[in-house]
Design a protein around this ligand. Structure first.
Ligand SMILES: NC(=O)c1ccc[n+]([C@@H]2O[C@H](COP(=O)([O-])OP(=O)(O)OC[C@H]3O[C@@H](n4cnc5c(N)ncnc54)[C@H](OP(=O)(O)O)[C@@H]3O)[C@@H](O)[C@H]2O)c1
Length: 174
């Protein structure tokens, strides 16, 4: 599984159940990575999407404890067990964890690649992910040149899980 996220300088990722910034190049990057793939998200992230429906051109899997929850274009799963059971039918490289904070923090350890759009600003977030730079299981393997859009400078970073991290991930339980 992969993870894709946009984070500010303090690893903030959202505010008021919305994104921190509108960055056209990042939207393009997200689309290029996820189109035709499987995306996994929490119920609150789904509800922050346009029309509160699944992203077109992707298999959308949404986690919610609410057994009655339904959303157009989405397969709803109600537990971590059910989520991994559902994901087992797909190539792990084709699966992208797309948020929000609760899912990133719970499941990033299952991800072999982390695609992080890192914004060089504190954008007063109220939702955060862990500081990936402090996680010894992951190494930064690529970093783009800086891009500036809408007054925000950002870079596309890619982290890869190292072999010790892989061994630890194998012992994780859900
Ligand atoms: N910067 C980015 O790249 C990015 C990407 C995506 C989202 N975000 C931001 O992240 C924020 C939302 O994050 P969030 O943590 O509040 O919400 P979230 O992770 O999107 O969704 C949380 C919900 O998912 C369900 N859930 C989580 N774990 C579960 C489990 N183990 N079993 C069953 N259901 C489970 C629950 O739904 P029920 O309450 O229905 O049970 C829970 O309330 C927003 O600000 C959003 O804009 C940022």
């Amino acid at each position: 599984m992969n993870m894709i996220v946009a984070a500010d300088s303090k690893w903030g990722i959202g505010r008021d159940n919305g994104l921190l910034a509108s960055l056209p190049s990042d939207m393009k990057y997200f689309r290029e990575h996820t189109l035709g793939k499987v995306v996994v998200m929490g119920r609150k992230t789904l509800e922050s999407l346009p029309g509160q429906k699944g992203l077109p051109g992707r298999i959308n899997i949404v986690l919610s404890t609410n057994k009655h929850f339904e959303a157009e274009g989405c397969r709803i799963v109600h537990s971590e067990y059910q989520l991994f059971d559902e994901l087992a039918q797909y190539d792990p490289d084709d699966i992208y964890l797309i948020g929000g904070a609760s899912l990133y923090n719970r499941f990033y350890k299952y991800c072999s690649r982390l695609y992080v759009t890192k914004m060089d600003a504190d954008l007063n977030a109220d939702a955060f992910i862990v500081n990936i730079d402090e996680d010894e299981d992951y190494s930064l393997i690529s970093e783009s040149e800086p891009v500036t859009e809408n007054g925000i400078t950002f870079r596309f970073l890619v982290y890869s899980r190292n072999s010790e991290g892989l061994n630890r991930a194998r012992t994780l339980r859900f």
